[in-house]
Design a protein around this ligand. Sequence first.
Ligand code: ZN
Length: 495
Amino acid sequence: MHDRYTRREILRLGFAGAAGLALTKLAPAQQRPRSDGRVKNIIFMVSDGMSAGVPSLADEFGKLVRGKGAFWHQLLQSPEATLGFFDMAALNSIVTDSASASSAWGSGSRIFNGQINVLPDGTRLTPIAQIVRQAGKKVGLVTTTRITHATPAGFAAIQPKRDDEDDIAPQYLNVVDVLMGGGLRHYAPNRRRDGKDLIKTYQDAGYTYWNTRAQATSSARPEKVLGLFYDSHMPYTVDHLNSDELRRTVPTLAEMTRKALEILGNAPNGFLLQVEGGRVDHAAHANDAAAIMWDQLAFDDAVEAVYEFASKRDDTLVIITSDHGNSNPGLNGMGGEYEASNKAMAMLQHAKCSFEELPNKLRNANSADDVRNILKEQLGIEINGEESTALAGAVKGNLPPIWNRQHRSLQGLLGQILSNYNGYGWVGTSHTADYTWITALGTGREEFHGLIRNTDAFYKMLKLFGLSHKNPSMTPEEARKYISRAPRIRTEDWA
Ligand SMILES: [Zn+2]
């Protein structure tokens, strides 16, 4: 049926508005392209490790737990959105990690996984933050991971090993104006290996240091901010929601994004802002369906905050995307005629904690019955005796035979067992080679239609800003002789 109508007609006819979506709310987005084709601001949003199946499930999950579907889902139906895909391959692998992914967007060159903006022979690439700041624009990085983590770093840092986050931490000084996320451990003197006080270094350079939610949500708009709201990654949304303490002290991604836009929106020459929902990826590694859904909704709230800012303007490009698939959660057809699928998925709403917290609780279990009771209490799912016996053994380090080696861990086993109830199947516990979704809004959005090579994002963004810079690059053939120099990082640590 849809073949017979344009998307605009579908919207007019209301086929898309099943839940009475606020489509009128989207109407102001009729952004007229600026005559010179240039943009003043770019907001680049990344739901890290968001597999292609996540958005549709998050929309349904949102209806279930919040009485409204995903805002991104509405955008996808809007004629004002351009849809595309990124080909995110790395230089040494069709499966990319966040470091080479963000570097490809951030410097226009494919590099080896595990590195930030360096070619295999050690050539340093100039990241986009340095280029746009030189041109008088402001730069912001907002994330739920450590601010020194791969995705933010790929826009602003140069580091041969992504894990050397102590060395990434000082690189944002006077390159990035607004920094908000986790990662206090790489700035505080008592947490850094070298004992340096980088908080003071940033303060001396004019940055306002924030570490509470109250500060991030106050009316203050300092020109430069170092906001570090957690020691490591910020908590999963499902844990945040279930802790009064965390809700009180730790801001949400949307709150940080709003604040960043309040500050950067005043920049006379515009800005580049990267917003990362970083823990969708971590939840996918852990095969934790509920944590993915909740963090995707938190990312969705940030999308709405960005839309509120951008839809009023004709000088801003918004890109919403992901850097790679991860474990590829998919809802299986459950029961006769698949009628049990929705009910299975609905079980996720009972989760009270993430799989970051759950193993700690399971470690207190002394028997299979204990395991079963803890899962019932924490996830609202009642597994059977055989499954709880296997899990009780796994908690003590005795995994049952699992032929898919990616699943040979407590989390992998949990994911397999829980899929019998919540329907979420997983292809593994690592990144995947999927093309990733792109939704582009605003001036220049047509540049992101169709299948786009990751490296083109860098050159397209510069062009739209009216800037130019060419970074060196290497072909896979040229890179082959350097393969032994690629950082050795255990696959499960590649976030
Ligand atoms: Zn990952």
